[in-house]
Every structure is written in C-alpha cells, then in structure tokens.
Ligand binder design. Structure first.
Ligand SMILES: Cc1cc2nc3c(=O)[nH]c(=O)nc-3n(C[C@H](O)[C@H](O)[C@H](O)COP(=O)(O)OP(=O)(O)OC[C@H]3O[C@@H](n4cnc5c(N)ncnc54)[C@H](O)[C@@H]3O)c2cc1C
Length: 401
C-alpha cells in the first residue's frame, strides 16, 4: 500500500519534530526549507513540562541533556554593575511550574534533523510558491519551478509563514505586535558570573549577557517600541542598525555588546509578535509551531508549543488519518496551552518600562515571598496524552538505535 504523502515547510523545531512522529504514523514525509542548510543561531530555548515528555518519547532526552546549556539563573544589575536581585534555577522552575532544560535553538534543531534525516526527504534552498488543493490532494509549485502533488501540507515555517500567507491570507490578519523587539547574538563577553544571565535595564530597554565557558556566550537585547519598525526581514545590516539606535547612550557593558553585535556571525532579530488564528487548518493544509501560534520569545514557550503541537498533530493524524476531524482534534488538544502561554509574557520582568517598574521588579525578585507567590501562580505540568503510532516498531526510539 502506498504511504500518504506529507510536505512540511520549515526545518527548525516544529517541522522536524512533526516529521519524526509522522514517519511513525506511516506517512512519507518531505521537508522543504528555504535556507540552504539548517539555520544555526538563536539563544537558549526552554524545554519544559509536556515538551520534556515529547523529547523523552522520541528517545532524545540523553542527547538533549548532553547539549543542555548549564544555567545557574538570572541576575539583575544596575548600570554601575551593582547587583539588585538574583533568581536561581530552582526559583525560575518554581515560577514556570516545571523542570526546565535549556538548549541552544541551533543545537535542538540539529538534534531533530539528525533524528529524522534517514527517514525524511529534506530539500534545502527551496520553498513553496503556490498551493492548489482539491478534495483528493494538493498540487504544489515550488520557487525552483518543480511541481509535485501531496496528500497534506504542513506549515512549520515560523512567524512569517509562507504557507499561512498562501493558504489563509496576509500575515497582518493573524498577527499582533506586542510592542517590543528582540535580538540574540552569540558572543563571549567577560560580563557577570559564569553560567548566569546578567540583565541590565533602563526604562523600555534590556541588555543581557549569558556567560559560558571561554569562546561561548549569548547576548540578548530587548526594547520597547510603541509602533512597528520598518525594515526588510532579510536586511541584517538594517536590523543591527535598529538595535544600535535603540541602545544609544546606554552604559554598563552595552557599548562592548554593540561592538560584538556587529562582529557576530549568528544574529537573530524579530519583533515580539503573536500569531492568533481561529483555525489552524484549511482543507488539506495545516499549521504547527510559530506559524500557527507564535507566542513570541518573551513567552519562553516557543519550543514547548512547537514540540507539543508537533506531537499532537502527528498523533491525531495517526489516529484519524488525513481528515478534518483529526485536524479539529489536534486544535482542541493544543489550544489550552497556546492560550495560556500567549497570555504569560515575561516583558514585565525583563523589560520594565519605567524606573519605578525596574525598582519594583528588583524588590519583588529579591523578596523571599517570590518563590511562594510564583508557586501559587504558576501552571503545573499536565500529563501529555499518549498517542499510538502504528509504524513505531519500524522506527525505534533514538536511544534504542
Ligand atoms: C535562526 C532563528 C533563531 C531564533 N532564535 C530565537 C531565540 O533566540 N529565542 C527565541 O525564543 N526564539 C528564537 N527563534 C524562534 C524559535 O525557534 C521558535 O519560537 C520556536 O522554536 C518554534 O519553532 P518553529 O519551528 O515553529 O519556527 P522557527 O524556529 O521560526 O522556524 C521556521 C523555519 O522555517 C523556515 N522558513 C521560513 N520561511 C520559509 C519558507 N517560505 N519556506 C521554507 N522554509 C521557511 C525558517 O528558515 C526556519 O528554519 C529563532 C528562530 C530562528 C529561525
């Protein structure tokens, strides 16, 4: 019997994770990625709660833990480098209500690619140009000119998803600008304490340094902007310029950070924008991860939503086949966590907008009551439904290969 065919757009987190489960569900999977190779870069992303269960069920826990970023917690200093507050890892885990493994986004992407490359056909340097669907399948034309028919298309191509634009409508119809910009750069600056992330704030702007072993480290810039800024998403020079402009005349180690920003090979910049859609499916096209429900880097939940969404989408397709009811069940299972995470942004902690806000944040985090309040407020990790994948025996867990 021929396997149903699925085309996934995007080879970051949601795409390869969905593919990993779909091959176990008996689908023939192709992934098209517009970049010419896997995209490296990005800061640490958090794998927590149900996402840890997804990684465990893939058999990737050991590999993820091997590559985990060693983190001790967050420190908050003033522009004179005097510490105002610190929260250790245990305190942060109490705040988010779950154990948490942090891994560089590029490392997680590479692990998921390695876990799927033998079973999935990867096509780099191309992307979907048009989609024409009928009741039996979907005809896709690629930018390269190639044409192919598939049974299902999955958009896992991030915040600026082309699949969403082509199949559902313009980006502006589904996105909400959350008034901040975020930049991440890999660079080693001798700032703060080893394995701690040190934040320095001025109203509406936040500069942070994660200090690791020599040769490694991460810098993060976040700033408030009342209006969306105008720039082209491929114009990295313009994006660097915007960060520079936003951080002019800020002291602390910011001038050195801005110099490192110019020299760094990996640089990621985007607005804090959320994707909110009433439906993630249209006929034989469905969205997963940031393409469907980006919560923004200030949620700390991008990887969590991508991994759980991938598992639920593939699990429902395994149970119900390519049918509207399966896609509806995926949405029903994934909606509650999306709703929760989109409502929990950390901008109040990471980028207070006034001096009083910064002082109040420092007082709150330094208070012994914080842990108690956080535990009371936080969402506890919920058990993740266990799906059955008919071809699972053909593709053993990665820790059993
Ligand atoms: C380079 C990079 C750096 C990032 N850094 C951070 C960070 O520091 N902190 C943070 O919180 N989040 C970061 N993110 C976002 C984070 O990866 C996601 O929030 C989360 O992991 C969900 O992943 P996703 O796979 O749904 O989307 P994404 O990780 O955004 O991946 C989308 C993928 O689709 C590809 N793509 C886009 N358009 C097309 C197209 N037309 N055709 C084919 N492929 C396409 C992209 O190249 C990318 O590989 C970063 C994303 C990228 C791509």
């Amino acid at each position: 019997m021929t396997k149903p065919t699925v085309l996934i757009s995007g080879a970051s987190i949601a795409g390869p994770a969905t593919a990993c489960w779909l091959v176990r569900a008996g689908f023939a999977v192709t992934i098209v990625e517009q970049a010419v190779g896997l995209r490296s870069g990005g800061n640490g992303v958090d794998i927590r709660a149900e996402a840890l269960a997804v990684i465990e069920r893939m058999g990737l826990s050991a590999k993820v833990c091997e590559r985990a970023v060693e983190t001790c917690g967050l420190r908050f200093v003033d522009t004179e480098d005097r510490e105002r507050a610190r929260v250790g890892t245990a305190g942060l885990e109490a705040m988010v209500g779950s154990e948490d493994v942090e891994i560089l986004r590029g490392d997680l992407c590479e692990l998921l690619y390695d876990a799927t490359r033998d079973d999935v056909q990867y096509v780099f340097g191309d992307s979907i140009a048009s989609i024409m669907q009928d009741s039996d399948g979907v005809d896709v034309t690629f930018k390269s000119g190639k044409q192919q028919r598939f049974d299902l298309i999955i958009g896992a191509d991030g915040l600026h998803s082309a699949v969403r634009r082509i199949a559902f409508g313009p980006e502006a119809e589904f996105t909400q600008f959350r008034h901040h910009y975020f930049a991440a750069v890999s660079a080693d600056l001798p700032v703060g304490e080893h394995h701690w992330t040190t934040f320095c704030n001025e109203p509406g702007r936040s500069a942070a340094v994660y200090r690791a072993e020599p040769g490694h480290g991460q810098l993060t810039f976040m700033f408030y902007s009342a209006q969306p800024l105008t720039y082209h998403y491929r114009d990295l020079a313009a994006q660097r310029r915007l960060v520079r402009e936003a951080f002019t005349r800020m002291d602390w180690h910011v001038p050195a950070m801005l110099n490192a920003l110019d020299d760094a090979e990996t640089f990621y910049f985007d607005s804090l924008t959320q994707v909110r859609m009433e439906s993630w499916a249209k006929g034989r096209v469905v969205l997963v991860g940031d393409a469907a429900y980006c919560a923004s880097p200030a949620s700390g939940a991008g990887a969590l939503l991508a991994l759980t969404g991938a598992y639920r989408l593939a699990g429902e397709l395994a149970a119900g086949g390519i049918a509207p009811t399966a896609l509806e069940r995926y949405a029903a299972a994934q909606r509650p966590i999306v709703k929760l995470k989109q409502s929990q942004l950390f901008t109040g902690i990471t980028v207070p907008r006034t001096r009083i806000g910064i002082a109040a944040r420092d007082l709150f985090l330094a208070s012994p009551l914080t842990g108690v309040l956080s535990r009371w407020k936080s969402d506890r990790s919920k058990p993740l439904h266990e799906y059955t994948f008919p071809d699972a025996a053909l593709y053993p867990r990665h820790d059993q290969r």
